[in-house]
Design a binder for this molecule. Structure first.
Ligand code: FAD
Length: 632
């Protein structure tokens, strides 16, 4: 039998990005023994890669900003499919979470009068993103880690042991959640370096595992984003929502091929960068959809004036929400107006002095210089859409972040959770999301652990089954190659469940995913358990596969186009579909099941924040008559 290291905790947090760290801090502050698990090195998560900033309506740069404006922008960005309560909590609590970070030691860029500076971003009515140059995520992670170290020092002073209340397990992958009936009892995984197993017994588990981008070839996501948390949730009896909605960021690098997909931050456009096609035309003016026409400039002159006089001019269309810009770039390239490498041009060199570019966008300057040998102060960048963010995720109870479905003791925060961003996330709303809901997850997981009368127990057969599943790829002497399987999966998802979708292709994708499922069950990895990336990928594949199945199934079911889901055969947004969430669960047969569930109805005082003319573009006649009744 395999040796298993065992630990006992009150709260286990899976994931050490912003959501996981913020959750762990809160659980520890509530006095709970807390473990943080990270698949990658501690400090390396998507959060650290975030460039642009964290959205919070502090009103520092434009005093007209407040939570209600932020709430409206978020709902508009998500095309009204957001869970309104999550969007409300997020808009109300984000400023406090940002200020609190400064009490942990963060230092955001400043306005002239010493307030936290805020920058413009797509879909945000006012400058709203608190930032540190274009390295905001780095400061966020650095600060949260610093806070954890300071808590560990407090614990040392009291107990003589730094790790008595909060311990980090880095380069450790969780492969299974263990249950006692329907209650979470622990998490099982392995140390990536040694391949040794570990079992963390805990009554409360917080999923903070981030995204799913590695199921696509062209992606801004790094190697560990294989949808583990989404899959762990499904297998534990929780549900996922909105999985058809994936955000393709409009601007990823397209050249050279080795770096295709790497992100070019939206700050480039927020700070004045413009998009042009190969004919030199600033094409975004041709792609402003009706629902947004009122808020966006229709001439280049007005758009340019907006940067210095936003109160009297409308915003440039380059700053439309990401789904709109990504589709526009896709159309230009398809119409033969793209660059040779299949992108369009994003230019700051003709828009601002070189010193401003290197000061405001230092990482972008270095990224292009080092990876593409392009000097962005002198020439345009070549960019195209890249798979970036998953709006879909664990269906949660908004206030507590507790996972819905049959499982108890499971919580989810950050990118792995669903609902908050509806069909499309606004830039900057993720860093604030993970702070707001990370804190809530930590608080509620601790409270749940506190109220439990009897600690759930891990069962030996479940642990044995987890070990057997983990060892299976190593024990198959011949079988499918994990790298070939990942490539095949990426081809299915990229070609058939990509940025523009069609019924026939989605049906085909589902068939191919079934074939891949059979092959993944036969995956084998040569070598032993000591640092063996082939084995690691073999274990990740089953997660990628069920999560991809959710996306493909939901994409086939939703017969409309909205946010991060575009159906060529149903190009319009359909108010009837706005009322529907598609909920994924895992059947006993191991297949993904899909269910339609009505969206919660927005509270009266929130719906009244919108004008009727705007609502009429999204709501059914029935819903509008309810609005009329409230308004009297
Ligand atoms: P992550 O930061 O992704 O962390 C996930 C953690 O889970 C990692 O520690 C990982 O190792 C761990 N993990 C995963 N699976 C397992 C497992 N099985 N076992 C153990 N651990 C596991 N958003 C903004 O709001 N503003 C921006 O400017 C911005 N810029 C971005 C730039 C880039 C290049 C990228 C990729 C994203 C950007 N985003 C931005 C999005 C944002 O960074 C992410 O959505 C956010 O950081 C997710 O945070 P998280 O805490 O949910 O997860």
């Amino acid at each position: 039998t395999a040796r298993i290291e065992r630990h006992l905790y009150d709260v286990v947090v899976i994931g050490a990005g912003g959501a996981g760290l913020r959750a762990a801090i809160e659980a520890r502050l509530a006095g709970k023994r807390t473990a943080i698990i990270s698949k990658s090195l501690f400090g390396k998560a998507h959060t650290v890669m975030a460039e642009g900033g964290a959205a919070a309506a502090m009103g520092n740069v434009n005093s007209r900003d407040n939570w209600m404006v932020h709430f409206r922008d978020t709902m508009r960005g998500g095309k009204f499919l957001n869970n309104f309560r999550m969007a409300e909590l997020h808009a109300k609590e984000a400023p406090e979470r940002i200020w609190e970070l400064e009490t942990y030691g963060a230092l955001f860029d400043r306005t002239k009068d010493g307030k936290i500076s805020q920058r413009n971003f797509g879909g945000h009515e006012y400058p709203r993103l608190a930032h540190v140059g274009d390295r905001t995520g780095l400061e966020l992670i650095r600060t949260l880690q610093q806070k954890i170290v300071s808590l560990q020092q407090e614990d040392f002073a009291e107990t003589g042991n730094y790790e008595s209340r909060i311990r980090v397990f880095s380069e450790t992958t969780i492969t299974e959640l263990l249950l006692d009936d329907d209650r979470v009892a622990g998490a099982f995984g392995y140390y990536r370096e040694s391949g040794e197993f570990l079992l963390l017994e805990a009554p409360a588990v917080i999923l903070a595992t981030g995204g799913v981008g590695r199921s696509y070839k062209v992606t801004s996501n790094s190697w560990e984003y294989t949808g583990d948390g989404h899959a762990l949730a499904l297998r534990a009896g929780a549900t996922l929502i909105n999985m058809e909605f994936l955000q393709f960021h409009p601007t990823g690098m397209v050249w050279p091929p080795s770096v295709k997909g790497i992100l070019v931050t939206e700050s480039v456009r927020g700070d004045g960068g413009v998009l042009r096609n190969s004919e030199g035309k600033r094409f975004m003016f041709d792609y402003v959809p009706d629902v947004f026409r009122k808020q966006y400039a229709d001439t280049e002159d007005e758009a340019d004036r907006w940067y210095t006089d936003p109160d009297n001019n409308r915003r440039p269309p380059e700053l439309l929400p990401r789904d709109e810009v990504a589709r526009a770039i896709n159309s230009e390239v398809k119409a033969g107006r793209g660059t040779k490498a299949g992108g369009v041009l994003l230019d700051v060199s003709t828009r601002m002095p070189a010193e401003t570019i290197t000061k405001r966008l230092p990482s972008m300057y270095h990224q292009f210089k080092e990876l593409a040998d392009v000097d962005i102060t002198k020439e345009a960048m070549e960019v195209g859409p890249t798979c970036h963010y998953v709006m879909g995720g664990v269906e949660v109870e908004p206030d507590s972040t507790a996972a819905m479905g049959t499982v108890q003791g499971l919580f989810a925060a950050g990118e792995v959770s669903g609902g908050m961003h509806g069909s499309n996330r606004l830039g900057g709303n993720s860093l604030s999301d993970l702070l707001v809901f990370g804190k809530r997850a930590g608080e509620h997981a601790a409270a749940y652990a506190e109220t439990l009368v009897k600690r759930p127990k891990v069962s030996t057969p479940d642990v044995e089954a987890a070990v057997a599943t983990a060892l299976a790829p190593l024990q198959r002497s011949s079988g499918e190659n994990p790298y070939a399987l990942q490539q095949d999966l990426q081809a299915v998802m990229g070609d058939l469940v990509g940025i523009i979708r069609r019924e026939g292709e989605l049906t085909d994708a589902l068939k191919r995913l079934q074939d891949l499922k059979v092959r993944v069950a036969q995956v084998s990895a040569s070598g032993g358990r000591r640092y063996n990336p082939g084995w690691h990928l073999a274990l990740d594949l089953r997660n990628m596969l069920i999560v991809s199945e959710c996306t493909a199934k939901a994409a086939l079911e939703r017969e409309e186009s909205r946010g991060g889901h575009t159906r060529e055969d149903f190009p319009q947004m359909d108010p009837k579909w706005r009322l529907v969430n598609l909920v994924c669960s895992l059947g006993d047969d191991g297949d993904v099941h899909l269910e339609r569930k009505p969206l919660p109805r927005m509270r009266d005082e929130l719906i009244q924040l919108f004008e009727r003319t705007e609502l009429s573009k999204y709501l059914t006649d029935d819903e509008l008559s309810q609005f009329d009744a409230i308004e009297g």
